[in-house]
Design a protein around this ligand. Structure first.
Ligand code: ZN
Length: 96
């Protein structure tokens, strides 16, 4: 590897940089997947722990309080700190 042309050296350096970036991105994605799996596990637990109509309402409320939508259009997506009108409408119907 002593007499590589400058152009080839440059290309190899570029390749190395790109590989490092790809590795970094892979690490980030792995972490994101891990977080999503954890979140999914938590949400499943909340759901499947529910028994009966009353229990399901409780779980939905809990899910809402945990910061997730329970309304059909955005179900299980993270909610901003402001309330969601669809979710609130659903919660209001609870007693009916
Ligand atoms: Zn909502």
């Amino acid at each position: 590897m002593t007499d590589l042309s400058p152009a080839l050296k440059y290309l190899l350096n570029e390749l190395e940089v790109q590989l490092q970036q790809a590795l970094k991105e892979l690490k980030r994605l792995r972490q994101a997947v891990h977080q999503l799996e954890e979140e999914n596990r938590r949400l499943r637990k909340i759901f499947w722990a529910a028994t009966g109509e009353e229990g399901r309402w409780q779980q939905l409320k809990l899910l809402y309080e945990e910061g997730y939508h329970i309304c059909p259009p955005f179900f299980a997506q993270e909610r901003s700190s402001e309330g969601c009108l669809f979710c609130l409408a659903l919660l209001e119907r609870e007693g009916e």
